[in-house]
Design a protein around this ligand. Structure first.
Ligand code: IMP
Length: 202
């Protein structure tokens, strides 16, 4: 039995404004006031876990320890089993283009396509969500969406590796799908549904 969230305020352990806004909207129906780690000036912990779950827990626990409020954190990425799980927890770092000295997903997708070569093109996006309480209790949920990687990339909607990813049973890449369609089936949507059902719904 999961622990229910029955506080008034929650910290979203992220400095990403888009992510904070999305989570705020999701939790609005439950009367939760969402604060961000940026608003509270919280530090960003070193994400040195070996898994998405470990990293989500590190971020949630750190925000809770610093703020004293229950905190929610997520960690996500793209996993290619035929590449031993790469880029995996390093999905963001994998996109660093040393020539441009910045993150560049066209560069990342090209590099990934070359690495896959003739290997199996199956891949999945995964999202771990952790909710941490001040007494040390943590609830964590994981969502995945399975599919395959195409080349050339298609579409300019979404972000990150979206233009390369086609979910099983679909024709369009995540980069071609309308945001609402992607959000209905994404790894983040699956993880959020588990979190809401377990910790927020009456
Ligand atoms: P983070 O958990 O927000 O730091 O995301 C890690 C990285 O995973 C992002 O920088 C993206 O490269 C990738 N990623 C996570 N979710 C998605 C998605 O829905 N579409 C495309 N790329 C994603």
């Amino acid at each position: 039995m999961s622990r229910r969230f029955d506080e008034k305020k929650l910290v979203v352990a992220s400095h990403n404004k888009g992510k904070v806004k999305e989570i705020k909207e999701l939790l609005e129906p439950f009367g939760v006031e969402v604060l961000s780690s940026e608003e509270l000036n919280l530090s960003e912990p070193v994400e040195d876990g070996d898994t998405f779950i470990a990293n989500a827990e590190i971020k949630a626990k750190s925000a809770t320890d610093e703020s004293g409020y229950v905190s929610l954190a997520d960690d996500s990425g793209l996993v290619v089993p035929s590449l031993g799980g790469a880029p995996g927890i390093h999905s963001a770092r994998y996109a660093y283009n040393p020539w441009k000295e910045e993150r560049d997903f066209n560069y990342a997708m090209g590099k990934l396509n070359l690495e896959i070569g003739d290997r199996d093109r199956k891949a999945y996006f995964t999202c771990a969500l952790s909710l941490a309480w001040p007494d040390g209790h943590v609830e964590t949920f994981e969502g995945r969406v399975h599919g395959s990687l195409v080349w050339p990339t298609r579409g300019d909607k979404g972000f990150g590796y979206d233009p390369m990813f086609v979910a099983d049973g679909y024709e369009e890449t995540f980069g071609e799908m309308e945001p609402e369609a992607k959000h209905a089936i994404s790894h983040r949507a699956v993880a959020f549904k588990k979190l809401i059902d377990a910790c927020f719904r009456q």
